[in-house]
Ligand binder design. Structure first.
Ligand code: TXA
Ligand code: MG
Length: 340
């Protein structure tokens, strides 16, 4: 199929919003920007549209999608038995990169939640997706707009590389400000649980959810066949074709280690660069976790172009947004961590 292009940077914004909405109302699928990563959107009411999303991405059927809304009335259409703490989180963190898992209503198509009785909901900050939700009147189910397993897309070019010809349209907007997917927190059980770290940090969540627990799948490889709270956590993710390893240590030890490797790439911090003698690609300074988050997926997409057999990634800290970056990188490295 031909993928229609709506350029909202230099083209007509209003008509892009209208045309993208019409495609979604007609059960089509559209890649569009959000502040975290680009999403591949479909009507959350339509099993037929959702099926197209799973097919285009090659996504495993048991991995549920996030539903995007633009206002609090819509929250009540898609979720029920909403606890008080969810309203507190919404007040503090919405619109923004926080997803809450709540009890689902029957309005939401079954395939959105892959058969679970819960639904993941987020109100994004990015204006264009909010305008498209308002214009179409639809809550939009949208996973990241990449081929399943590949690094998430933070520019429209990444989406086109993965999905051109497989989707009805793309809204071409700015590069994503945050760069890693939203924080996911489960709020339907007895205690709140962090399922995926993101730009809304654990430290920030604790101010509203003091008893929040952290799912162990965030930093550990789930045991084979184990039931995981967030199905997405069990799949191999974000990996370049090049063999990837995560390396923990200070700049000097990291450089010493990686410089002894033949045919390797150092995916490192800016401050490591002067010490590195093999091929190198920096993704920000260690102290600036927001920039690391913004650059990490584009860097992972770049790795294979260096023509090396292995990439050694200098591990970020696990605090603040660093935890989200670490969570993505440990998956890219298939949980192979080298501690120096
Ligand atoms: O920032 C984001 O969240 C982006 C943009 C497009 O909004 N979307 C995104 O979607 O990252 P996706 O499909 O790549 O990740 C959704 C994650 C998966 O890990 C999935 O398992 C989890 O959310 N999830 C969705 N519904 C769930 C549910 N009912 N219970 C537990 N986890 C759920
Ligand atoms: Mg994804």
């Amino acid at each position: 199929m031909e993928t229609k292009r709506f350029d909202i940077l230099s083209g007509d914004y209003e008509s892009a919003v209208k045309e993208a909405s019409a495609i979604l109302i007609a059960d089509g699928i559209v890649a569009l920007p959000t502040e975290t990563v680009y999403g591949l959107a479909a009507s959350a009411y339509s099993d037929g549209a959702i099926k197209k999303v799973f097919t285009a991405k090659g996504r495993p059927q048991d991995n549920p999608l996030i539903v995007h809304i633009s206002n609090m009335d819509m929250l009540k259409v898609v979720a029920k038995d909403i606890p008080e703490c969810a309203y507190k989180c919404a007040e503090k963190f919405w619109p923004g990169p926080l997803t809450m898992v709540l009890k689902k209503t029957d309005k939401v198509a079954k395939s959105v939640s892959a058969g679970l009785d819960t639904v993941a909901v987020r109100m994004p900050y990015e204006k264009s997706i909010r305008d498209i939700i308002d214009c179409s009147g639809l809550p939009l189910a949208a996973p990241s707009a990449n081929i399943s397993g590949a690094p998430s897309p933070t520019t429209y070019k990444h989406c086109l590389k993965d999905l051109d010809g497989k989707i009805d349209a793309i809204v071409m907007g700015n590069d994503c400000e945050v760069g890693v997917e939203s924080t996911v927190v489960a709020l339907f059980g007895s205690k709140p649980r962090l399922l995926r770290p993101g730009a809304v940090t654990l430290e920030e969540l604790k101010t509203v959810l003091p008893d929040i627990e952290v799912d162990k799948a965030i930093l550990k490889e789930p045991e084979k066949d184990a039931k995981v709270a967030s199905p997405g956590m069990k799949y191999k993710h974000y990996a370049p074709k090049t063999d990837a390893f995560l390396v923990e240590g200070d700049s000097e030890n990291y450089a010493k280690f990686v410089n002894e490797k033949e045919n390797a790439l150092a995916l490192c911090f800016n401050e490591d660069l002067p010490l590195i003698t093999v091929k190198a690609l920096a993704y920000g300074t260690k102290a600036d976790e927001k920039t690391l988050a913004k650059n990490v997926f584009a860097a992972l997409r770049n790795v294979d172009s260096f023509g090396v057999s292995e990439v050694y990634i200098h591990a970020p800290s696990k605090s603040g947004v660093g935890l989200a970056v670490y969570n993505r990188l440990i998956r890219a490295a298939a949980f192979r961590v080298i501690e120096l």
